[in-house]
Structure formats: structure tokens, C-alpha cells
Design a protein around this ligand. Structure first.
Ligand code: Z5A
Length: 235
């Protein structure tokens, strides 16, 4: 039996990471039993993310998202990462992640919860940075070797509220210093993707409380797991 790839997407501060962790805890803590019955014992759940789901990816994540300079660092300040270079680094991270982690896990029948995937590239590098959307689609195809998510949960929140939440949490990284217009374009990207791929992407109102959002996700996961595994769990 093939596993399933479930992706969490959204702008910064949408609550993806929080909800991914809660979904994992729920699935492992009894949610899977209620959906899968005895099949539960044969299916496991793993979490991963992009960028940074492999050792190579962790290095790329550092390059992409951290300034990485100590106070006593005397090396010259590196030039900013150019938009096309950024796009290719995300693609390299994904190609490695797909081959090293996602495909083998799916082949073992594992349920994968993944923090960001191809839609982030469309939203951030396409809508946010303004790079060619056809080019991004081709690059996503190359990086994934055609591997699409089975379900993408899009946590929809307006960019300003998301940024406020992310800023309250701690230090801003490279992306969070970009202006609000950028994040609004990213949000438009996710909106467009959700209307283009309604079978794959489910919109979730992420402006609600953490608990309310979690209950909505639980309901969707229960429904999908029943659809995916019902036949298998019948005696
Ligand atoms: N990126 C890209 O450009 N292209 C690509 O192809 C890919 C990625 C794959 C890293 O992503 C960056 O990479 C990202 C896009 C870019 N840009 N940035 N920066 P990341 O997922 O690792 O980091 P992030 O997007 O910045 O995620 P985040 O800031 O960790 O946000 P989040 O995961 O959506 O939210 P959270 O950490 O769960 O919650 C944020 C805070 O809000 C936290 O204090 C929570 O306690 C709080 N929170 C959560 N839910 C709620 C609710 N419901 N109400 C109130 N407060 C809440």
C-alpha cells in the first residue's frame, strides 16, 4: 500500500507549523485508530518540511533563510541571493527531498505531514518575486519528478495578521523583512492555486483560534483517511 503526502501551506504566521504538530499528535494519539481501525498498527506518520527535510536541505535552508553572521565575522558581507538563484536553491532542496525522503516513505506506506511543498514556490517565487509561472511549473515538475501531494491544507489568513503573529514569535528572518506588499502577492498566489486545484487544495480559515482550526483539520483528515483506507480496513 502506498502512503499519503499531506502538505500544510500558507503565508508566514498562518499557523502551519502549529497545526502540523497538532495533527501529528492527534493521528498518533488515537485519531488514526478512529479512522483506520486495525490498519492503524500498520501505518506510521512522519513529519518533514521544505526547505530542510534532508541533510543537504538543511544546508540550503541555512543559506536561504539565515543571515548566519556572527558578530566577530570579518568576512565580507555576501551579496543578496538573486531571485533566480533562490528559485533554483528551493528546487534543489525539493529534488533531494523527493528522492531521499518522500518517495521511499510513500513506498513504505507512511503518512507524511510536510510543512510547505510546490505551492510555496508558485506563491513566493512566482507571485511574490514575479518570476515566470510557466518556468516555475516546469521546475517543480523536474524537482518532484511528478510527485504531487494527496492533500494540501491551505491555512488562509490575511498577510498582515500572519506577519504580526510571526513577528510576535521572535526574530525576523530574511523573508519576514520583505514588505507587506510582497506577502500580499504571496497570499494572492495561494488564493489562485486553491481555485485552480480544488480537488487537491482545501482552504481552511486560519484566523480562528488554534483549537478551532485544529478541529476543522481533524474533520478533513478523518474524511480523507476514510476515503483512502476504507477498502483496506474492511475485514
Ligand atoms: N519558501 C519559499 O520562498 N519557496 C519555497 O518553495 C519554499 C519555502 C518551500 C521558510 O518557511 C520560508 O521559505 C518561508 C517561505 C520560503 N518564508 N519565510 N520566512 P517556514 O515554513 O519554515 O517558515 P515560515 O513560513 O516563516 O513559517 P512560520 O513563521 O513558522 O509560520 P507558520 O508555520 O505558519 O506559523 P506557526 O509557527 O505555527 O505560528 C506562528 C505564531 O502564531 C506562533 O507564535 C503560534 O503560536 C501563533 N499561532 C498559531 N496559530 C494561531 C492561531 N490560530 N491564533 C493565534 N496565534 C496562532
Amino acid at each position: 500500500m502506498r502512503g499519503k503526502l499531506i502538505v500544510f501551506e500558507g503565508v508566514e504566521g498562518s499557523g502551519k507549523t502549529t497545526q502540523l504538530a497538532r495533527s501529528r499528535d492527534w493521528l498518533l494519539g488515537g485519531g488514526m485508530r478512529s479512522c483506520l481501525g486495525t490498519l492503524r498498527d500498520q501505518i506510521s506518520v512522519v513529519v518533514t518540511r521544505e526547505p530542510g527535510g534532508t541533510a543537504l536541505g538543511l544546508g540550503l535552508r541555512k543559506l536561504l533563510l539565515e543571515d548566519g553572521r556572527r558578530q566577530d565575522d570579518v568576512t565580507p558581507t555576501p551579496a543578496p541571493i538573486q531571485d533566480r538563484a533562490e528559485l533554483l536553491l528551493y528546487a534543489a532542496d525539493r529534488a533531494q527531498h523527493v528522492e531521499e525522503f518522500l518517495k521511499p516513505m510513500l513506498a513504505k506506506g507512511v503518512i507524511i505531514l510536510c510543512d510547505r511543498y510546490t505551492d510555496s514556490t508558485v506563491a513566493y517565487q512566482g507571485y511574490g518575486r514575479g518570476l515566470d509561472l510557466n518556468l516555475i511549473q516546469q521546475l517543480n515538475q523536474i524537482a518532484t519528478d511528478g510527485l504531487e501531494s494527496d492533500l494540501t491544507l491551505w491555512l488562509d489568513i490575511d498577510a498582515k495578521t500572519g506577519l504580526k503573529r510571526a513577528q510576535q514569535r521572535g526574530a525576523a528572518d530574511r523573508m519576514e523583512q520583505a514588505d507587506l506588499d510582497f506577502h500580499r502577492r504571496v497570499q494572492q498566489g495561494f488564493t489562485h492555486l486553491a481555485s485552480t486545484y480544488p480537488q487537491r487544495i482545501v482552504r481552511i480559515d486560519a484566523s480562528k483560534t488554534e483549537e478551532e482550526v485544529h478541529l476543522v483539520i481533524q474533520k478533513i483528515l478523518r474524511q480523507r483517511m476514510n476515503e483512502w483506507f476504507q477498502k483496506l480496513s474492511r475485514p
